[in-house]
Design a protein around this ligand. Structure first.
Ligand code: BGC
Length: 817
């Protein structure tokens, strides 16, 4: 690969000409510019920490991995395009969807509709609200993940979306304060990798392009975008976006890992993120896009920018970005391209030879190949007019006059998905505490329902911002939903309690509970059970300020538990909450329901009354105190230097449970933990080499496929274990496999890391055998010198059990002499 020098870049050799008052690129954040902070902090790694080397040119797609025929169709299509058409196809335009590639009627191309989001059709009418990403991860259930992704995509397709802007592997959850962890999956690359792969496969099986976002190291919302001076074009930075400074090994083993699964699933597109990576904007970071994504991971589709994450024209294009979104600044009465780094500027850059036709053609071929591969050129549903007014990125007046809708509007696309959502809600709610046999409920006659999260949403069913009253089953910003209906805990409990002739007393005002107390409010007969519903909101563009539940929730629990000796706490939350009430002797049970979508109430009642046996497990760690978590966000930059927002990922591999385990820190509820109404045991863990007992340390160098070197995905070792249901209730067990690498592995390797799991139905008293297949990548670490995945010499220990701290059986093996 040709490596461009800083001097070439800064001399303007690659700059697009200034057209229509818009510069072709902002060179200020380009890789290698010698800012004082760009100091390698660890000289033992080849890719300097905090610095991102330039890697050019951008690899061309070959459609390998099954897209060969579609690639030929895409090339044929591109041959018919004019230069302007190509430039526009790479440039988002105003339109009814959150991102739009305009139709080209002369070629019967009806355009591309890009739509949020990961839990629903953003604010869509007559569409379902599924369980959130964090809920799906908590299910540890591959089938659930697939079914959810498929159904979500069916609805998107029926409303005319060609591309779903999801799923999400960044943020991964480096910090529990990140505002978007609920949109993504687990604070673990392995589990998130499985979630990505299942979801993407399902969405694309349903005929819709998936989008793996946000690439990469997008681990905080604070200062995710630059602050701009209030000048006419708003292009002058006051301060640049935060730079995630990540070393090479951590990048591979933690943040890139699940994106490799996405590439392997042949995801159609990637979204590059807002943050900088090692000093260079993620959307013009040639090391990340050209080298890692299109090179090492063999990604064959297109890279689109996050909305407004493009900060240059030519530099972004040369660095591997293929499509800019939403495209530019809104200009009434004119095409969108005026204010864009792409659009007319891209046409000019090709005309004057700054960007090659070859590169532009590759951008469009990359965009069109998945379109043909998924058959989106044939009878694809038109865009439902009802989505138009919901699009905040290009308001109606910017496009309505030149857009023709066909087909019915306000289509009901829900099918029978609510049944599945109810099952999924129950399968993803984690039972954290259950003492004195509090659960399942046994026909309680006197029930108190307390807390502002229990009842109906009183401020409209489209979730835009935080609200005091009503159950929280989804959260804000581009992942936000509109509920056609919502089953609230209060409705569902009341309906169920009526069958038992029970009394249900409601106290839904947290302020009243904490200020006036409870005892005066209920009748003299003590309740059998008090169900307290609490919530925690979070959203895009801001990080959480606290890990406590919202609305004075801890005081609400204290007040209820003071008066009720069977208090059961249920949380609807974005993710991690510290739970100071967990030790209270009157708090007998705790359930973490995350954001379970439209069947919030029914799915919970299924668990509370024992119709469903809980099986979900935490996809993150619940610590005792907020101060126990490492890797604080960068939030308080008080200096005003342009590049002062630096986030040093100094914790390296110590993300989530890896940190707590490495330092032997006690936690309240560990990663992988979750109770059931039965008990399980696990024994007889044994391993067997798949082909040969002795493996080469480095993988055979096979031609790169989507997902990278196929040798990394080869099964090398299989373990089996026996799981027994030792209780009296049938249920799902989720046995987990963790690997402890040999002593020869370089320092910093976490004590144990998740490398397998299964979800298995075991009737009471019975036994089932479970299998964990390990691939080469699972037993390798990223060798920064060899720039490859290496299996270390020495003995591995495998632990199997029911959480990251509940190992029931161990075995050892060595692979490399
Ligand atoms: C978000 C993306 C989203 C896009 C379009 C951005 O602000 O980061 O996740 O898909 O907006 O709404």
């Amino acid at each position: 690969m040709k490596v461009l020098t800083d001097a070439m870049l800064l001399s303007g050799l690659l700059l697009a000409p200034s057209v229509s008052g818009s510069t072709g690129q902002t060179p200020i954040d380009h890789p290698g510019k010698p800012f004082s902070y760009v100091q390698p902090r660890n000289t033992s790694i080849l890719t300097p920490y905090g610095h991102s080397p330039a890697v050019h040119p951008s690899p061309k797609t070959s459609g390998k991995g099954g897209w060969e025929h579609a690639l030929a169709q895409a090339k044929e299509f591109v041959e018919k395009l004019t230069l302007e058409e190509k430039s526009w196809m790479a440039t988002g335009q105003p339109g009814p969807c959150v991102g739009n590639v305009l139709p080209i009627p002369r070629l019967n191309f009806t355009g591309l509709c890009l739509q949020n989001g990961p839990q629903c059709i953003e604010e869509g009418t007559y569409s379902s609200v599924f369980i959130s990403g964090v809920s799906a991860a908590a299910s540890w259930d591959r089938k659930l993940l697939y079914d959810r992704g498929y159904a979500l995509a069916e609805e998107h397709k029926a409303k005319g979306s060609h591309v779903i802007l999801g799923p999400i592997a960044g943020p991964l959850g480096r910090s529990p304060y990140d505002g978007r962890t609920w949109e993504g999956f687990a604070a673990d690359p392995y589990l998130t990798g499985v979630c990505m792969e299942e979801t993407i496969t399902a969405m694309q099986d349903a005929g819709v392009q998936a989008n793996a976002k946000h690439f990469i190291a997008n681990e905080q919302e604070t200062q995710r975008n630059p602050t701009y001076a209030p000048d006419a074009n708003a292009t002058t930075y006051i301060q640049d976006s935060v730079s995630s400074n990540v070393d090479d090994r951590t990048l591979h083993e933690i943040y890139m890992w699940p994106f490799a699964n996405a590439a392997r699933a042949r995801v159609a597109s990637f979204m590059c993120s807002y943050n900088r990576l090692n000093g260079s904007h993620a959307c013009q970071n040639s090391y990340a896009l050209n080298h890692l994504l299109k090179g090492e991971l063999g990604f064959q589709g297109y890279v689109m920018s996050d909305w407004g994450a493009t900060h240059s024209g030519v530099a972004s294009i040369e660095s591997g970005m293929d499509m800019t979104m939403p495209g530019g600044f809104t200009l009434y009465g004119e095409m969108w391209t005026e204010g864009s780094y792409f659009g007319k500027n891209l046409t000019a850059a090709v005309e004057n030879g700054t960007v090659s036709t070859d590169r532009l053609d590759d951008m469009i071929v990359r965009i069109m190949t998945p379109y043909f591969w998924l058959g989106q050129d044939k009878d694809y549903p038109s865009v439902d007019a009802s989505v138009g007014p919901l699009n905040v990125d290009s308001p109606l007046y910017t496009w309505l006059y030149n857009w023709t809708f066909t087909g019915p509007t306000n289509r009901d696309v829900r099918g029978n998905h609510s049944e599945m959502i109810r099952e999924h809600g129950a399968a993803s709610t984690v039972l954290l505490k259950n003492e004195r046999n509090a659960l399942p409920l046994r026909k309680p006659r006197n029930i108190v329902v307390a807390g502002n999260d229990a009842g109906p949403i009183t401020q409209g069913s489209a979730i835009h911002s935080n609200y005091e009253f009503g159950v929280l089953a989804n959260s804000g910003s581009s992942g936000s939903c509109r509920f056609s209906y919502i089953s609230t805990p209060l409705d569902a409990i009341t309906a169920r309690a009526r069958k038992d002739g029970a009394l249900v007393q409601t106290f839904l005002n947290n302020t009243q509970i904490t200020e006036e107390g409870m005892t005066s409010l209920w009748n003299p007969e003590l309740p059998d059970v008090c169900l307290v519903f609490l919530k925690a909101w979070s959203e895009e563009n801001v990080d959480r300020r606290s890990l406590d539940l919202d609305w004075n929730a801890n005081a609400v629990v204290a007040e209820v538990a003071k008066n009720c000796n069977n208090t059961i706490v249920v949380t609807h939350s974005t993710g991690v909450n510290v739970m100071p009430f967990a030790d209270h002797p009157n708090v007998t049970a705790i359930l973490a329901a995350h954001y379970p979508g439209e069947e919030a109430g029914n799915s919970l009642v299924d668990l509370l009354y024992g119709d469903v046996n809980p099986s979900a497990k935490l996809p993150y760690v619940i610590a005792y105190n907020e101060s126990d978590y490492n890797a604080p966000l960068t939030t308080d930059v008080l200096t005003n230097g342009t590049y002062d927002w630096q986030s040093w990922f100094d914790e390296k591999l110590e993300v989530g449970y890896r940190y707590f385990d490495a330092h032997n820190l006690p936690v309240r509820y560990e990663f992988g933990f979750g109770l059931s109404y039965t008990t399980f045991d696990l024994a007889s863990l044994t391993g067997k080499a798949v082909a040969t007992a002795n493996l080469s340390a480095l993988p055979a160098q096979r031609p790169i496929q989507p997902g990278g070197n196929p040798a990394l995905w080869e099964k090398v070792f299989t373990l089996t274990a026996v799981v027994t249901n030792t209780g009296t209730v049938d249920g799902h067990a989720i046995p987990q496999l963790y690997v402890a690498f040999p002593k020869s592995t370089p320092a910093g390797t976490p004590p144990s890391q998740l490398r397998g799991f299964d979800k298995v139905w075991v009737p009471a008293g019975e036994t089932k055998t479970v299998t964990f297949d390990l691939m080469r990548r699972d037993v390798s670490y990223w060798d920064v010198v060899a720039q490859d995945w290496r299996i270390p010499t020495g003995q591995f220990t495998f632990h199997a059990g029911f959480s990251s701290r509940d190992f029931r059986a161990n075995t050892t093996a060595s692979f490399v002499r």
